[in-house]
Design a protein around this ligand. Sequence first.
Ligand code: GLU
Length: 290
Amino acid sequence: MMRSRTILVAAAAAALVLAGCGDDDNTASETTTTSADTSAFPEGSTMARLADAGTITVGTKFDQPLFGLVGPDGEPVGFDVEVAKIIAGELGIDPDDITWKETVSQNREAFIQDDQVDIVVATYTINDKRKEVIDFAGPYYIAGQSLMVRADEESIASSDDLAGKTVCSAEGSTPAKNIEDNFPDTTLQVFAQYTDCLDPLRNGQVDAVTTDNVILAGYVSENPDDFKIVGEQFTEEPYGIGLKLGDEEFRTFINDTLEASFEDGRWATAWEETAGSVLPTPDPPTVNRY
Ligand code: GLU
């Protein structure tokens, strides 16, 4: 009797150590944001490198309310920011240890290629052209191109009304490319970022701003007297997480993390605490492990 009880206690202690739960109370709070056993990452993998470093550099937008907007304290907030925190958490990296780097539409691929960032989470549409130079995990959300006009605008009700109009967008973005390729009678004005389009729209230099519906929804929510969204979404923009081309292991890890977060509610919570203040909670998309 005594003997089997001793064995049971020993087995339980061993299980605690194996599960990494043997920490005393002092360290428990440090591990609450972490569900990863970071020692389990394959040697030489990006996951092991980042977990060992205890930090990750994330490229995100700084001027897009709801997805990535730098707040008064200098820290970005939004759904993309929360998605990045979920990934960092799986690497054992605390949100405070993330280095945020501003990316605009045009420089995202280059920042990944030049190792200026480890990942990009920045309303970043997965497409074949970009996949020639970087890889994408995801999607973790599907947006769609839309139009924002002045609140008193009456001559633009949808993308059918863009002939003869001047439309503003961000350089290097998929909405800008779509206007360039498929709207030959529309003048395209590009700037580095979407916020550069807001004053030109207000003062009549441009007739509309075009980008993803969720980005425009952020600007309308901050300027409800000035702007409105018109018409339906006219493209599909699946948002991916950009990473180094060919880093299969890291891409699989991020895809696994996204799927787990879809399942256990972290993704939905991230949405509700950010974009969900203005937009309905979507169903999680299907990850595409190409
Ligand atoms: N999702 C589009 C893109 O990746 C538009 C939004 C953006 O420019 O970030 O180009």
